[in-house]
Design a protein around this ligand. Structure first.
Ligand SMILES: Cc1ncc(C[n+]2csc(CCOP(=O)(O)OP(=O)(O)O)c2C)c(N)n1
Length: 642
């Protein structure tokens, strides 16, 4: 590494000549390929943004100037250049660097990211704070073309154009989201690109005028205003002109010298926001370019020579996502009213199958979760049955749309929440730990979680046939390999499933915790404790009859859910016991995630830290029974806690 080994901070980069920067970019790219080929990661997204990172850290005086990255998945080069090169091989690994940006990881990560379309809002906020404090630094928000189409980014552009504060937006336009970019904005950006020949013509005319002896300068200035006027007419100008942004571009996003020049020009714009439009290629430099580059956004480990993924050799059962996609298609084939919908995650949610088989009834709305839900609400008003497949964490963005547009009006929309619970390597921004609490807090909706992929099929059918809002949550990864050929059943709403009958302790488990609960029940039997094990199936409505009956016939309830404790399934159980006047009759202990940020890591390990595993559940039951049987010990403990 000719350059990279000496670059330990952007200040080192800024010592180099512009001519050397392409060499730096090449080394950064190779470093990313070497690292990701071993451990996987957001390979393609990051390879596409290498030159952007080099140019930004060269032109801007980071960290005094603020770079705000949207999503942060494409920021590997930024991490390498900001003193984290040697740690890059730990990215997304337990205890290692975050796969996204975190303010507590580096002073160069000016704004935490993980969810899309936030960078312009955050950057604008920083710019306004700068202006109020009378300080003088640049703010540059880097955003992808698909994230730019997200509602928040549009709202931020609207305000930025109005406020006229100095703000630079660097648009990383690769015509891709994770899947190909969709929507009218994408077409609009395409039209800007078509104007390329016109742009070049402009430059040629400018140069020709400049060379006219004596009056070249003034001719060029006159031509410039004419040029701008023509630009307004020729470029599809809504964003550029009407919204109050200046436009620089487009530039080749893999040519560092061009990028440096464009960003320097942007720095000189001192009377409002400016957008620098860079064209990039997702997966630039990835080996084996003929492979479908759609798959490069994020990769597992791969052969650095061929780009082909390493085969693990293990044959795993199909994932929940695959079973969901397949089941939805089966149900769509039977009922023409069913509509499939994803917000920019067709393959991540399994909606790709529906898009292929039923293109006229399937939609990818782009990164637009809020719109997605209200769009579903509108369809439901007219008798359609939309199924919105959105990761648990991303549905958070549409909280009000779920409440105000769907639940309040009791509309027939199904929410299929993939990636519920602890997701693993993507970490805090992506864990799906809040959905139970935020969905059960409002009337009309029903809420389910399957114990396995077979039951997920039943729940999908049940949710779609239910005539109001219904949600199901299921985890990332493989199912248990259970029978998925049988016809999906229609479940009785609010009925739990008793999997084992006992009389001392009742383990109430929800979703992913059901199989560990079964194992815990068996372990407890070995310890001479008789356990009932219940698959709750529904957190809303709860099986009131069963839980009331359990409260009367058992001494202890141990409840397990892979979600935050606050407002979750256990809270629902406690509320029910209180409402029935049974709160004093039975001891309840709740296992779930406590009030803290859960880091990235192996989901099984992280869950076990909260006792969310067979051993943890059994140990909690035994420990509590022991305390209950030794009142003296109990009161000593209470005194110790006090
Ligand atoms: C609110 C939200 N929805 C969905 C996602 C999942 N997601 C991560 S990156 C990405 C694509 C972003 O595309 P773009 O902004 O064009 O950047 P690129 O990856 O092409 O560089 C998506 C949909 C997300 N991070 N946040």
């Amino acid at each position: 590494m000719r350059f990279l080994s000496a670059i330990n901070s952007p200040a080192d980069l800024r010592q180099l000549k512009v001519e050397d920067l392409q060499g730096v970019a090449d080394e950064v790219r190779q470093f990313i390929i070497d690292t990701c080929s071993r451990i996987g990661g957001h390979t393609g997204a990051s390879l596409g943004a290498v030159e952007l990172a080099v140019a930004m850290h060269y032109v801007f005086d980071t960290p005094n100037d603020k770079l705000v990255w949207d999503v942060g998945h494409q920021a590997y080069a930024h991490k390498i250049l900001t003193g984290r090169r040697d740690q890059l091989p730990t990215i997304k690994q337990p205890g290692g660097l975050s796969g996204f940006l975190r303010r507590d990881e580096s002073e160069y990560d000016t704004f935490g990211a993980g969810h899309a379309s936030t960078s312009i809002s955050a950057g604008l906020g920083m710019a306004i704070a700068r202006d109020r404090k009378g300080e003088d630094f640049h703010v540059c928000a880097l955003i992808g073309d698909s994230s730019l189409a997200g509602g928040m980014a549009m709202e931020a552009i609207n305000q930025a154009g109005h406020l006229k504060s100095r703000l630079i937006v660097l648009l990383n336009d690769n015509e891709m989201s994770i899947a190909p970019a969709v929507g009218a904005l994408s077409r609009y950006l395409g039209r800007i690109k078509e104007a390329q020949s016109y742009q070049h013509l402009k430059e040629d005319i400018g140069d020709a005028l400049e060379s006219v002896p004596g009056i070249g300068g003034s001719l060029r200035r006159a031509a410039k205003s004419l040029k701008d006027a023509i630009a307004a007419a020729v470029l599809p100008g809504a964003l550029v002109n009407e919204l109050g942004f200046k436009y620089i571009g487009y530039v080749d996003g893999h040519n560092v010298a061009q990028l440096v020049a464009a960003l320097e020009e942007a720095k000189r714009v001192d009377d409002g926001p400016v957008i620098v439009h860079a064209l990039t290629t997702k997966g630039k430099g990835f080996p084996n370019p003929e492979k479908n580059y759609y798959a490069y956004h994020a990769t597992g480990p791969f052969d650095p020579k061929t780009g082909l993924p390493y085969k693990s050799g293990k044959v795993a059962p199909p994932t929940y996502t695959e079973v969901f996609g397949r089941t939805l298609c089966e149900l769509m084939a039977r009922d023409e009213r069913i509509i499939a919908l994803t917000a920019a995650m067709p393959d991540g949610t399994g909606i790709d199958k529906a898009l292929e088989r039923f293109p006229e009834r399937s939609f990818d709305v782009g990164i637009a979760e809020q719109h997605a839900i209200t769009f579903c609400a509108g369809m439901a008003c007219e008798g359609l049955k939309p199924v919105a497949a959105i990761y648990s964490t991303f549905l958070q963005r549409a909280f009000d749309q779920v409440i105000h547009d769907v639940c309040l009006q009791n509309l027939d929309v199904t929410f299929a929440m993939d990636r519920a619970g602890i997701v693993g390597a993507d970490g805090p921004t992506h864990h799906g730990l809040q959905d139970i609490a935020y969905l059960r807090s409002y009337p009309n909706i029903i809420l389910m979680a399957p114990k396995d992929e077979g039951e997920m099929r039943d729940m999908l059918r049940t949710a779609i046939e239910y005539p109001g809002p219904a949600a199901l949550r299921y985890p990332r990864g493989s199912g248990f390999g259970v029978d998925i050929e049988r016809e999906p059943a229609r479940l009785e709403i609010g009925k739990a499933e008793v999997l084992r009958e006992g009389h001392d302790v009742a383990i109430l488990a929800y979703g992913e915790m059901v199989y560990p609960a079964i194992e815990a029940g068996e372990n407890l039997a070995g310890e001479g404790v008789s356990a009932t094990v219940v698959n709750a199936r529904f957190v809303k409505p709860l099986d009131e009859e069963l839980i009331t009956e359990i409260a009367r016939s058992h001494r202890l309830i141990v409840k397990a859910e892979d979600a935050y404790l606050a407002g979750g399934f256990g809270s629902a159980v406690l509320e029910l016991l209180e409402a029935k006047g049974l709160a004093d009759r039975i001891r309840v202990v709740r296992l779930g995630v406590t009030d803290e940020i859960v880091t990235h890591g192996d989901p099984k390990v992280l869950l076990a830290q909260y006792g969310l595993c067979a051993d943890g559940i059994a140990a909690k039951a035994l420990e509590t029974l022991q305390v209950m049987d030794s009142p003296r010990l109990d009161s000593q403990r209470i005194r110790a806690v006090k």
